[in-house]
Ligand binder design. Structure first.
Ligand code: X2X
Length: 340
Protein backbone atom coordinates (compact mmCIF):
# COMPACT_ATOMS: atom_id res chain seq x y z
CA UNK A 1 0.00 0.00 0.00
CA UNK A 2 2.61 2.43 1.10
CA UNK A 3 4.90 1.41 -1.73
CA UNK A 4 2.19 1.94 -4.31
CA UNK A 5 1.52 5.49 -2.99
CA UNK A 6 5.18 6.33 -3.29
CA UNK A 7 5.18 4.78 -6.73
CA UNK A 8 2.19 6.84 -7.83
CA UNK A 9 3.80 10.00 -6.47
CA UNK A 10 7.04 9.24 -8.28
CA UNK A 11 5.11 8.61 -11.47
CA UNK A 12 3.25 11.91 -11.08
CA UNK A 13 6.52 13.79 -10.66
CA UNK A 14 8.07 11.98 -13.62
CA UNK A 15 5.04 12.76 -15.75
CA UNK A 16 5.15 16.42 -14.73
CA UNK A 17 8.81 16.62 -15.71
CA UNK A 18 8.16 15.03 -19.09
CA UNK A 19 5.06 17.13 -19.70
CA UNK A 20 6.83 20.42 -18.94
CA UNK A 21 7.79 21.94 -22.31
CA UNK A 22 11.52 21.35 -22.24
CA UNK A 23 12.05 24.19 -24.69
CA UNK A 24 11.17 26.66 -21.98
CA UNK A 25 13.95 25.50 -19.69
CA UNK A 26 16.45 28.36 -19.71
CA UNK A 27 14.17 30.63 -21.69
CA UNK A 28 13.61 34.18 -20.47
CA UNK A 29 10.10 35.42 -19.79
CA UNK A 30 10.81 38.41 -22.04
CA UNK A 31 13.38 39.20 -24.74
CA UNK A 32 14.35 42.80 -25.41
CA UNK A 33 14.32 43.97 -29.04
CA UNK A 34 16.00 47.30 -29.82
CA UNK A 35 15.17 49.62 -32.73
CA UNK A 36 15.95 53.29 -33.28
CA UNK A 37 12.51 54.18 -34.62
CA UNK A 38 9.17 53.09 -33.18
CA UNK A 39 6.07 51.54 -34.72
CA UNK A 40 4.94 54.86 -36.25
CA UNK A 41 7.82 54.18 -38.66
CA UNK A 42 8.41 51.32 -41.11
CA UNK A 43 11.54 50.42 -39.13
CA UNK A 44 9.67 50.05 -35.83
CA UNK A 45 6.87 48.16 -37.58
CA UNK A 46 9.48 45.70 -38.83
CA UNK A 47 10.53 45.00 -35.25
CA UNK A 48 6.94 44.72 -34.03
CA UNK A 49 6.08 42.36 -36.88
CA UNK A 50 9.07 40.12 -36.13
CA UNK A 51 8.04 39.92 -32.47
CA UNK A 52 4.43 39.17 -33.42
CA UNK A 53 5.34 36.36 -35.84
CA UNK A 54 7.70 34.77 -33.31
CA UNK A 55 5.15 34.92 -30.51
CA UNK A 56 2.49 33.31 -32.72
CA UNK A 57 4.69 30.60 -34.16
CA UNK A 58 6.28 29.61 -30.82
CA UNK A 59 2.94 29.65 -28.98
CA UNK A 60 4.39 32.32 -26.71
CA UNK A 61 7.55 30.37 -25.78
CA UNK A 62 9.52 33.32 -27.11
CA UNK A 63 8.03 36.59 -25.98
CA UNK A 64 9.75 39.61 -27.53
CA UNK A 65 9.15 43.17 -26.34
CA UNK A 66 10.03 46.14 -28.55
CA UNK A 67 12.24 48.89 -27.08
CA UNK A 68 12.22 51.69 -29.67
CA UNK A 69 14.18 54.93 -29.43
CA UNK A 70 17.30 52.80 -28.71
CA UNK A 71 16.01 53.24 -25.15
CA UNK A 72 18.09 50.36 -23.76
CA UNK A 73 21.19 52.49 -24.44
CA UNK A 74 19.70 55.83 -23.43
CA UNK A 75 18.99 56.79 -27.04
CA UNK A 76 22.65 56.56 -28.04
CA UNK A 77 22.30 54.57 -31.25
CA UNK A 78 26.09 54.31 -31.65
CA UNK A 79 26.15 51.99 -28.60
CA UNK A 80 23.44 49.59 -29.78
CA UNK A 81 25.69 46.93 -31.29
CA UNK A 82 27.97 46.86 -28.25
CA UNK A 83 24.92 46.50 -26.00
CA UNK A 84 23.84 43.42 -27.99
CA UNK A 85 27.28 41.93 -27.31
CA UNK A 86 27.04 42.84 -23.62
CA UNK A 87 23.68 41.14 -23.10
CA UNK A 88 21.82 44.41 -22.50
CA UNK A 89 19.92 43.89 -25.74
CA UNK A 90 18.71 40.41 -26.81
CA UNK A 91 17.63 41.20 -30.37
CA UNK A 92 17.88 44.21 -32.66
CA UNK A 93 16.77 45.48 -36.03
CA UNK A 94 19.57 47.92 -36.68
CA UNK A 95 21.18 50.15 -39.27
CA UNK A 96 24.73 49.63 -40.56
CA UNK A 97 25.25 53.36 -39.95
CA UNK A 98 24.82 52.87 -36.21
CA UNK A 99 26.84 49.65 -36.03
CA UNK A 100 29.74 50.78 -38.24
CA UNK A 101 31.88 52.00 -35.30
CA UNK A 102 32.07 48.34 -34.21
CA UNK A 103 31.97 46.71 -37.67
CA UNK A 104 33.89 49.00 -40.02
CA UNK A 105 32.91 46.96 -43.11
CA UNK A 106 29.33 48.18 -42.64
CA UNK A 107 30.46 51.59 -43.90
CA UNK A 108 30.13 49.99 -47.34
CA UNK A 109 26.53 51.17 -47.65
CA UNK A 110 27.57 54.75 -46.83
CA UNK A 111 30.08 55.04 -49.69
CA UNK A 112 28.64 57.95 -51.66
CA UNK A 113 26.85 56.99 -54.89
CA UNK A 114 27.82 53.30 -54.74
CA UNK A 115 24.22 52.09 -55.19
CA UNK A 116 22.24 53.67 -58.05
CA UNK A 117 18.93 51.92 -57.39
CA UNK A 118 17.07 49.39 -55.25
CA UNK A 119 18.30 46.49 -57.41
CA UNK A 120 21.83 47.48 -56.41
CA UNK A 121 20.97 47.16 -52.71
CA UNK A 122 19.54 43.70 -53.40
CA UNK A 123 22.65 42.72 -55.37
CA UNK A 124 24.73 43.47 -52.27
CA UNK A 125 22.53 42.12 -49.48
CA UNK A 126 21.46 39.04 -51.45
CA UNK A 127 24.90 38.04 -52.69
CA UNK A 128 28.43 37.31 -51.55
CA UNK A 129 28.86 40.83 -50.13
CA UNK A 130 25.90 40.39 -47.80
CA UNK A 131 27.23 36.98 -46.76
CA UNK A 132 30.67 38.46 -46.01
CA UNK A 133 29.08 41.21 -43.89
CA UNK A 134 27.03 38.63 -42.00
CA UNK A 135 30.29 36.75 -41.34
CA UNK A 136 31.80 39.92 -39.84
CA UNK A 137 28.79 40.29 -37.54
CA UNK A 138 28.85 36.60 -36.59
CA UNK A 139 32.55 36.84 -35.69
CA UNK A 140 31.49 39.32 -33.00
CA UNK A 141 29.09 36.86 -31.36
CA UNK A 142 25.99 38.42 -32.85
CA UNK A 143 23.80 36.21 -35.06
CA UNK A 144 22.52 37.94 -38.23
CA UNK A 145 19.32 36.51 -39.66
CA UNK A 146 17.80 38.76 -42.31
CA UNK A 147 17.92 42.09 -44.13
CA UNK A 148 15.33 44.84 -43.98
CA UNK A 149 15.53 48.44 -45.16
CA UNK A 150 15.58 51.99 -43.87
CA UNK A 151 15.95 53.30 -47.43
CA UNK A 152 17.77 55.69 -49.71
CA UNK A 153 18.77 58.74 -47.71
CA UNK A 154 17.63 62.04 -49.22
CA UNK A 155 18.77 65.46 -48.05
CA UNK A 156 16.49 68.18 -46.70
CA UNK A 157 16.99 71.65 -45.29
CA UNK A 158 15.27 74.85 -44.25
CA UNK A 159 17.24 77.31 -46.38
CA UNK A 160 17.17 76.58 -50.14
CA UNK A 161 16.72 73.91 -52.79
CA UNK A 162 19.85 71.86 -53.40
CA UNK A 163 20.60 71.14 -57.05
CA UNK A 164 24.39 71.62 -57.16
CA UNK A 165 27.14 70.98 -54.57
CA UNK A 166 27.52 74.78 -54.16
CA UNK A 167 23.98 74.91 -52.73
CA UNK A 168 25.22 73.01 -49.67
CA UNK A 169 27.85 75.66 -48.91
CA UNK A 170 27.72 76.57 -45.23
CA UNK A 171 24.53 74.64 -44.44
CA UNK A 172 24.59 73.03 -41.02
CA UNK A 173 23.56 69.41 -41.63
CA UNK A 174 22.97 66.82 -38.93
CA UNK A 175 24.27 63.27 -39.51
CA UNK A 176 23.79 60.15 -37.37
CA UNK A 177 26.88 58.17 -36.38
CA UNK A 178 29.48 57.16 -38.93
CA UNK A 179 32.14 59.81 -39.67
CA UNK A 180 31.98 58.94 -43.38
CA UNK A 181 28.86 61.14 -43.47
CA UNK A 182 30.82 64.03 -41.97
CA UNK A 183 33.50 63.60 -44.63
CA UNK A 184 30.96 63.45 -47.46
CA UNK A 185 29.10 66.56 -46.31
CA UNK A 186 32.36 68.42 -45.73
CA UNK A 187 33.55 67.56 -49.25
CA UNK A 188 30.34 69.18 -50.53
CA UNK A 189 31.00 72.38 -48.59
CA UNK A 190 28.41 71.82 -45.86
CA UNK A 191 28.97 72.18 -42.14
CA UNK A 192 28.14 68.70 -40.77
CA UNK A 193 27.35 67.99 -37.14
CA UNK A 194 26.92 64.58 -35.54
CA UNK A 195 24.01 63.94 -33.17
CA UNK A 196 21.58 61.19 -32.24
CA UNK A 197 18.14 60.97 -33.80
CA UNK A 198 16.62 61.99 -30.46
CA UNK A 199 18.67 65.20 -30.45
CA UNK A 200 18.20 65.86 -34.15
CA UNK A 201 14.52 66.68 -33.93
CA UNK A 202 14.78 69.53 -31.38
CA UNK A 203 17.87 70.80 -33.24
CA UNK A 204 15.89 71.00 -36.49
CA UNK A 205 12.94 72.56 -34.70
CA UNK A 206 14.94 75.39 -33.10
CA UNK A 207 17.04 75.96 -36.20
CA UNK A 208 20.24 74.92 -34.41
CA UNK A 209 20.81 72.88 -37.55
CA UNK A 210 19.53 73.64 -41.06
CA UNK A 211 19.10 70.16 -42.43
CA UNK A 212 19.39 66.40 -42.24
CA UNK A 213 19.39 63.32 -44.46
CA UNK A 214 16.98 60.40 -44.03
CA UNK A 215 14.77 58.17 -46.19
CA UNK A 216 11.38 59.41 -47.47
CA UNK A 217 9.54 57.02 -45.13
CA UNK A 218 11.29 58.65 -42.17
CA UNK A 219 10.75 62.18 -43.51
CA UNK A 220 7.00 61.48 -43.68
CA UNK A 221 6.52 59.61 -40.41
CA UNK A 222 8.64 62.11 -38.44
CA UNK A 223 6.70 64.97 -40.11
CA UNK A 224 9.96 66.74 -40.86
CA UNK A 225 8.03 69.43 -42.77
CA UNK A 226 6.92 70.64 -39.32
CA UNK A 227 10.59 70.95 -38.32
CA UNK A 228 11.38 73.61 -40.93
CA UNK A 229 12.39 71.11 -43.62
CA UNK A 230 11.03 72.96 -46.64
CA UNK A 231 13.44 71.70 -49.31
CA UNK A 232 14.08 68.05 -50.11
CA UNK A 233 16.47 66.78 -52.77
CA UNK A 234 16.21 63.23 -54.10
CA UNK A 235 19.83 62.39 -54.75
CA UNK A 236 19.92 58.80 -53.42
CA UNK A 237 23.56 59.17 -52.40
CA UNK A 238 23.53 56.23 -49.98
CA UNK A 239 21.06 53.51 -49.02
CA UNK A 240 20.62 52.17 -45.54
CA UNK A 241 19.54 48.53 -45.15
CA UNK A 242 18.53 47.11 -41.78
CA UNK A 243 19.84 43.92 -40.19
CA UNK A 244 17.87 41.57 -37.93
CA UNK A 245 20.12 40.05 -35.25
CA UNK A 246 20.05 37.98 -32.06
CA UNK A 247 22.73 37.95 -29.34
CA UNK A 248 24.73 34.70 -29.52
CA UNK A 249 24.04 33.43 -25.95
CA UNK A 250 20.31 34.01 -26.44
CA UNK A 251 20.38 32.24 -29.80
CA UNK A 252 22.27 29.28 -28.32
CA UNK A 253 19.70 28.95 -25.52
CA UNK A 254 16.92 28.19 -28.02
CA UNK A 255 16.04 24.82 -29.54
CA UNK A 256 16.89 24.30 -33.22
CA UNK A 257 13.17 24.40 -33.97
CA UNK A 258 12.73 27.77 -32.28
CA UNK A 259 15.88 29.15 -33.94
CA UNK A 260 14.35 28.29 -37.31
CA UNK A 261 11.07 29.99 -36.36
CA UNK A 262 12.92 33.16 -35.30
CA UNK A 263 15.01 33.14 -38.49
CA UNK A 264 12.13 32.66 -40.92
CA UNK A 265 10.04 35.25 -39.05
CA UNK A 266 12.92 37.74 -39.48
CA UNK A 267 13.06 36.99 -43.21
CA UNK A 268 9.30 37.55 -43.56
CA UNK A 269 9.32 40.75 -41.49
CA UNK A 270 12.33 41.97 -43.49
CA UNK A 271 10.66 41.36 -46.85
CA UNK A 272 7.50 43.13 -45.74
CA UNK A 273 9.61 46.02 -44.41
CA UNK A 274 11.50 46.39 -47.71
CA UNK A 275 8.22 46.54 -49.66
CA UNK A 276 6.82 49.06 -47.17
CA UNK A 277 9.83 51.39 -47.45
CA UNK A 278 10.19 51.20 -51.24
CA UNK A 279 6.53 51.77 -52.03
CA UNK A 280 5.62 55.26 -53.20
CA UNK A 281 9.18 56.37 -53.93
CA UNK A 282 9.44 55.86 -57.70
CA UNK A 283 8.21 57.57 -60.86
CA UNK A 284 5.68 54.76 -61.38
CA UNK A 285 4.43 54.89 -57.80
CA UNK A 286 5.20 58.34 -56.35
CA UNK A 287 2.70 58.34 -53.46
CA UNK A 288 5.22 59.25 -50.77
CA UNK A 289 6.79 61.99 -52.88
CA UNK A 290 3.39 63.45 -53.75
CA UNK A 291 2.40 63.45 -50.08
CA UNK A 292 5.57 65.28 -49.10
CA UNK A 293 4.87 67.94 -51.77
CA UNK A 294 1.30 68.21 -50.54
CA UNK A 295 2.75 69.19 -47.16
CA UNK A 296 4.36 72.21 -48.79
CA UNK A 297 7.86 70.83 -49.30
CA UNK A 298 9.72 71.66 -52.51
CA UNK A 299 11.02 68.34 -53.83
CA UNK A 300 13.95 68.42 -56.26
CA UNK A 301 14.74 65.33 -58.30
CA UNK A 302 18.36 65.28 -59.48
CA UNK A 303 18.90 64.21 -63.08
CA UNK A 304 21.82 61.90 -63.88
CA UNK A 305 23.95 64.82 -65.00
CA UNK A 306 23.35 66.88 -61.87
CA UNK A 307 24.02 63.82 -59.71
CA UNK A 308 27.36 63.42 -61.45
CA UNK A 309 28.59 66.71 -59.96
CA UNK A 310 27.91 65.39 -56.44
CA UNK A 311 29.58 62.10 -57.26
CA UNK A 312 32.70 63.84 -58.58
CA UNK A 313 32.86 66.13 -55.53
CA UNK A 314 32.75 63.16 -53.15
CA UNK A 315 35.02 60.74 -55.03
CA UNK A 316 37.94 61.32 -52.65
CA UNK A 317 35.70 60.39 -49.72
CA UNK A 318 34.67 57.21 -51.51
CA UNK A 319 38.33 56.27 -52.07
CA UNK A 320 39.39 57.08 -48.51
CA UNK A 321 36.59 54.99 -47.00
CA UNK A 322 36.88 52.16 -49.52
CA UNK A 323 40.30 51.55 -47.94
CA UNK A 324 38.67 51.39 -44.49
CA UNK A 325 35.88 49.05 -45.62
CA UNK A 326 38.35 46.85 -47.48
CA UNK A 327 39.28 47.19 -51.17
CA UNK A 328 38.33 43.57 -51.93
CA UNK A 329 34.86 43.93 -50.47
CA UNK A 330 34.30 47.21 -52.34
CA UNK A 331 35.48 45.63 -55.61
CA UNK A 332 33.11 42.68 -55.02
CA UNK A 333 30.30 45.16 -54.37
CA UNK A 334 31.01 47.09 -57.58
CA UNK A 335 31.07 43.85 -59.58
CA UNK A 336 27.78 42.68 -58.06
CA UNK A 337 26.13 46.03 -58.80
CA UNK A 338 27.40 46.11 -62.39
CA UNK A 339 25.94 42.60 -62.92
CA UNK A 340 22.53 43.33 -61.33
O1 X2X B 1 19.42 58.61 -36.98
C1 X2X B 1 19.02 58.43 -38.14
O2 X2X B 1 19.13 59.29 -39.01
C2 X2X B 1 18.39 57.12 -38.49
C3 X2X B 1 17.08 56.99 -37.74
O3 X2X B 1 18.13 57.06 -39.86
C4 X2X B 1 19.35 56.04 -38.12
O4 X2X B 1 19.26 55.44 -37.08
C5 X2X B 1 20.50 55.77 -39.02
Amino acid sequence: MRASVICAAALAIATAVVAAPTAEAGYKSEYRLSTVLGPAFAWGRAGARWAELVRERTDGRINIKLYPGTSLVGGDQSREFTAVRQGIIDLAVGSPINWSPQVKQLNLFALPFLMPDAAAIDALTGGTVGAALFDEIRRRDVVPLAWGENGFREISNSVRPITRPADLEGLKIRFAVSPIFGDTLTALGANPTQMSWADAQPALSTGAVDGQENPLAVFLAAKLHTLNQRYLTLWGYVADPLIFVVARPVWDSWTAEDQEIVRTAAVTAGQENIADVRSGTTADDPVKIVEIERRGVTVTQLSGELKEAFRAATRSVFDKWAAVVGPDLVAQAETAIAAR
